[in-house]
Design a protein around this ligand. Sequence first.
Ligand SMILES: NC(=O)c1ccc[n+]([C@@H]2O[C@H](COP(=O)([O-])OP(=O)(O)OC[C@H]3O[C@@H](n4cnc5c(N)ncnc54)[C@H](O)[C@@H]3O)[C@@H](O)[C@H]2O)c1
Length: 333
Amino acid sequence: MIKMALLGAGRIGRMHADNLAANPRVELTSVYDVYAPAAQEVAERHGALAAADVASVLEDEGLDAVLIASSTDTHVDLITAAAQAGKAVLCEKPIDLDIARVDQCRAAIADCDVTVQIGFNRRFDPTHRGVYEAVRAGEAGKIEQIIITSRDPAPPPAAYIKVSGGLFRDMMIHDFDLARFLMDEEFVALSAMGSVLVDPEIGALNDVDSAMVVMHTAAGSQCHINCSRRAVYGYDQRVEVFGSAGMVRSDNRRPTNVLRDTATRTNVSDPLTNFFIDRYPEAYDAELNDFIDAVESGRGASVTFEDGRRALILADAANESLRIGGVVDVSYD
Ligand SMILES: NC(=O)c1ccc[n+]([C@@H]2O[C@H](COP(=O)([O-])OP(=O)(O)OC[C@H]3O[C@@H](n4cnc5c(N)ncnc54)[C@H](O)[C@@H]3O)[C@@H](O)[C@H]2O)c1
């Protein structure tokens, strides 16, 4: 059993707290949030300590790891402080919105011999992972094209958009990571298109709500990602890998597989699961167990800091492509 603390008890932090408390391999010892009532409520619910500050969390010599689920602009400082205190880190995506700060963090923790894992939960979803395993087993042959569809049910409030870093760094970053995970080599060039089709307020904030990206590898294998901030039928999460020997796909999930046929419709199924907490529960849990495996075995994180950095580099390239209206070469140096 490892001892973990939770830093950040907001929307996703509360879900992580439930997973930490329910996992027999973890003891959730303390919770810290800059908004003390949130930490208190979550800590009380799970019999943990509500910490007064980060320093007191990290001073605990018995603590093995922290799960960082605080606002994005706090991740770099918290990763650095935790890693330098010798604590393993599972940190929500994205590492930061600024690649320069990510690089500074990378340098600051370079000599820290601890596991640092980034929370790209979709890699652990059973159906997306099933696609990965089938593809790595050669079932699609040589990968030629990947298509990822990623649409949220409804746009977030303007206050969220304002600090989100924009669609590519906030939302599509998950899909950039999934694309890298599924493809067998890095993407070297990218072209993005973005529009405001859903919510003019998003446009007023200089962001887009509908975007398509096309990328290719040095060998010419291609990937297309499409994102929308609004899908009236629910959270739309599909992945398709096409290759020389066939195609492997993961489709949307529904609460049940019940199909209804009536006088006016056939094959009518349940609505899609609502949003990420409903769609990806097994993924968040598997991500946590994978992190615990990494900490206990010392084998290194399976989703690394560098994975988080590279996904951000692709997101930045998409913003640059949008700005110049053309293809951008991608370098990971
Ligand atoms: N992997 C996923 O599926 C997923 C989903 C949602 C959010 N996220 C990421 O998780 C992070 C949090 O998102 P959210 O939607 O829960 O946001 P949120 O605003 O609901 O929660 C953030 C919490 O962090 C707290 N906080 C702010 N500064 C802090 C600090 N210095 N130390 C400790 N706590 C601090 C806030 O008080 C708040 O309670 C973001 O980085 C977001 O991108 C990931």
